[in-house]
Design a protein around this ligand. Structure first.
Ligand SMILES: NC(=O)c1ccc[n+]([C@@H]2O[C@H](COP(=O)([O-])OP(=O)(O)OC[C@H]3O[C@@H](n4cnc5c(N)ncnc54)[C@H](OP(=O)(O)O)[C@@H]3O)[C@@H](O)[C@H]2O)c1
Length: 733
């Protein structure tokens, strides 16, 4: 299998990683296109092929963090849920800090969970929006009893809030349903000294406990293949990235096992080639059912149909899920509800519909986002947090004889070949905790270990960095902010100048604008700062001032506003910078701005070394792309079409011309065409002349190809990350 240059795409990949792909190809289990797809994905993440692989589970351990973390909170809020003694408690805790929340009916745990997550989101948003000047604490008090414990899943949302703003600390504190108000009040006081523990409980009422992750014991016996030869397996989200990998694993390693895939999309359209690829391996053994997991009747019908006439369902792989990434400050209640739906109500409905079945396992695909939090993914972290708590709950139901089959929620890291990708504005700290992207081979093996492990919750980490995730698996933020403002002696006017200098240097280097062109009062939104640029700017500011809110750039209006914030928060650090500047004043340290703007994210050829022979070729960096093709309005769709082998030749669309009027069987007839098929570009008539300062009448005279060219030239510049400000700042673009 060769790429279009005729070479084999193996250069940076190990034989071990490629072997399963070539084996699948040789055995006819996958098409050449699919094989190339998998290789390209591996190539994008070559580190994925490294080991070691760690499958870990959480255990309650005595928390000693209190000795290390002692804070004065500038704000503290306590949210009490379904705690019998809540009225008495409100009198025991400081006035104004405590709030009791009435959740919807006890008979509907997913509705209660969604309501709690929405309430938490609102309160966290308010706390973050107040731009806290010191550390703030939000404690959610959850009763340990039965389905009430599911509420602890919101810890993922709280961890995300800490990732987005290190001044925020959130805790879920478990209390016994029969604990007295005085005992709970005392536990909450104690818990705040352990502000970095995201989930806590108290053993024998007094010993603070936190969750610690331990690798699965080496002694567990892992089945080489956890599926039955004649088994039936339901994979929700089955045509997603992971669903297909697991389906392929089952189908290609058995002769008779059946796989039922579900998703919301119809089996036609985008899903069709994916399903066809699996049917090429499993034939009639693969089926697809289109349904929304949020719909109780549809879920019940699915299970009834699959278990009719004495048929058995042996395992469930609940892989349905979605993301809608945005910072907490910008997240809407609707986004939260949509992201929660397949994992919260979907899980609950699947469980209800299968509660009487003799399952071998019920496996839930969770994410490390619930364990560590992840910038932009508060809703997704809460959705996966529910899966984790649900697994613990269902495991208890199995012990009580109310359910059958092993339950496990697996917190996956990023898969090299999965469908979901990291959020655009992702935090590199997470990658440092979770290790390398998981190769398919490792992921499938980790699944077998997780099924064999006794714990209802597992987390998978891979690669050399995996150990970091284990040691810091409970910390709400790897780099906790030092919330205490350190006062300093010095001249505040000099601090302000220094803060402005630092910010000007940071903005100039990230935005590629000459520092002298940056106005103090220019509204930051003029610079066209999106979430990715905001993360880069914040990362640079953090290098000087330590952990910052990831929404800093959206919280302050101008460089000057930001400079005043730095003066108010970091006088000691600014004084140190002023002093250091005095000592080195003789050494010029003017910011160097490239004469020609270049997008930093794109690979740029290194400048030739001084004295090196001049090259015949001028290095060219492609920093932005845009294009439109038949059947594809943009490059992403074009790539997807290529990948999925979509035929983009269609019958002449009616809005172009009626082909019947010009059609002729004879190939030589003048003014006629003998084919009614062609590749047509959509939207050739869509053009906004005013955007390009062209008179509408003139625009009508321009060749449509030229208009398209103009539009895509503009989009390529946008794609390259140039803002209007950057363009007008000069440089020969
Ligand atoms: N890929 C990774 O690296 C990774 C890492 C950590 C965790 N995970 C977890 O693993 C699971 C699978 O990931 P993936 O990469 O395969 O994701 P994916 O490619 O986005 O597939 C998820 C599938 O879920 C289906 N879905 C979403 N909402 C649904 C709903 N309400 N009802 C029914 N189906 C729904 C979607 O199909 P329709 O659009 O047709 O509904 C989609 O095909 C996810 O739950 C994810 O959270 C993945």
């Amino acid at each position: 299998m060769q790429d279009r240059n005729g070479s084999f795409p193996t250069t940076s990949l190990s034989r071990q990683a490629l072997a399963p792909i070539y084996a699948d190809l040789a055995a006819g289990r996958i098409s050449r296109a699919e094989a190339l797809d998998r290789i390209v994905a591996l190539r994008r993440a070559p580190a994925a092929i490294r080991t070691p692989l760690v499958v870990a589970s959480p255990m309650w351990s005595a928390s000693s963090r209190g000795a290390l973390v002692s804070r004065r909170w500038t704000e503290r809020r306590v949210l009490l849920l379904d705690i019998g003694s809540s009225t008495a408690l409100t009198t025991l805790l400081p006035a104004g800090q405590v709030e009791t929340l009435e959740l919807p009916s006890a008979g509907d745990p997913p509705a209660r969970y969604a309501a709690l997550a929405a309430e938490c989101l609102q309160r966290v948003q308010a706390m973050l929006a107040s731009r806290p000047s010191g550390d703030v604490l939000f404690q959610v008090v959850v009763s340990e009893g039965d389905t009430e414990a599911l509420q602890a899943g919101v810890a993922g949302l709280l961890r995300t809030a800490t990732r987005e703003n290190p001044r925020f600390k959130g805790q879920v504190v478990f209390v016994r349903g029969d604990a007295t108000a005085a005992a709970i009040a005392q536990q909450l006081e104690q818990a705040q000294a352990h502000g970095d523990e995201a989930v806590m409980r108290f053993e024998r009422g007094t010993q603070p406990m936190g969750l610690r992750w331990r690798p699965a014991p080496a002694s567990i016996s892992v089945a080489p293949f956890p599926y039955r030869e004649h088994g039936s397996y339901l994979i929700t989200g089955g045509l997603g990235g992971l669903g297909r990998l697991f389906a392929r694993d089952i189908l290609s390693n058995t002769q008779h096992a059946r796989v039922i895939l579900t998703g919301r999309q119809a089996s036609s359209g985008d899903s069709e080639p994916r399903l066809a690829a699996l049917q090429a391996i499993g034939g009639q053994r693969v089926s697809y059912v289109s349904l929304d997991l949020d719909d109780a009747a549809q879920v019940q019908r699915l299970i009834d149909t699959q278990t009719r006439d004495g048929h058995r369902l042996h395992g469930i792989l609940h892989a349905a899920g979605m993301t809608a990434d945005s910072f907490i400050l910008k997240k809407s209640a609707d986004e939260l509800a949509n992201v929660l739906a397949p994992k919260v109500r979907g899980t609950w409905l699947l469980d209800r519909a299968t509660r009487d079945l003799d399952l071998d396992f019920f496996a839930l695909f969770s994410s490390v986002a619930s364990v560590f939090g992840n910038v932009g993914q508060a809703d997704y972290a809460a959705a996966n947090g529910f899966l984790d708590e649900f697994a613990t709950w269902r495991q208890k139901q199995v012990a009580l004889g109310n359910r059958r089959g092993r339950t496990v929620s697996i917190a996956w890291p990023l898969w090299a070949e999965g469908g979901m990708r990291l959020p655009e504005a992702h935090d590199p700290a997470i990658a440092a905790l979770t290790g390398d992207p998981l190769s398919t081979e490792d992921g499938l093996h980790a699944f077998r270990i997780a099924l064999a492990s006794p714990s209802p919750r597992c987390m998978v980490l891979a690669g050399d960095g995996a150990a970091a995730g284990l040691t810091d698996g409970t910390a709400t933020a790897a780099r906790s902010a030092d919330g205490t403002r350190q006062d300093a002696e010095g001249d505040p006017a000099q601090w302000l100048d220094k803060a402005r200098d630092v910010l000007r240097r940071v903005f100039a280097s990230v935005l590629k604008i000459e520092a002298t062109r940056l106005g103090w009062d220019t509204p930051l939104d003029r610079f066209g700062i999106d979430s990715i640029v905001a993360m880069r700017l914040t990362a640079e500011i953090e290098k000087e001032f330590g952990p910052q809110s990831k929404t800093l750039l959206f919280e302050y209006r101008s460089i000057d506003d930001l400079a005043h914030y730095l003066v108010a928060s970091y006088p000691a650090r600014l004084q140190a910078l002023v002093s250091a500047g005095r000592q080195t004043r003789s050494r010029a340290a003017a910011p160097i701005v490239p004469a020609r703007p270049v997008r930093t994210a794109a690979p740029v050829a290194a400048p030739a070394a001084v004295g090196a022979a001049p090259s015949r070729f001028e290095p060219i960096a492609i920093v932005g792309l845009s294009g439109r093709y038949p059947g594809a309005r943009d490059l992403e769709t074009f790539w997807a079409n290529l990948r999925d082998g979509v035929d983009c030749v269609v019958e002449v669309p009616a809005d172009r011309w009626d082909w019947r009027e010009y059609y002729s069987e004879g190939r030589t007839a003048t003014g006629r065409h003998y084919s009614r098929w062609g590749g047509f570009i959509e939207g050739v008539d869509e053009f906004d002349p005013q955007f390009f300062n062209i008179a509408p009448r003139e625009a009508r005279q321009i060749d449509p190809q030229e208009r398209l060219f103009l539009q895509h030239a503009w989009m390529a510049i946008e794609d390259a990350g140039y803002t209007r400000a950057a363009l007008s700042a000069g440089g020969d673009v």
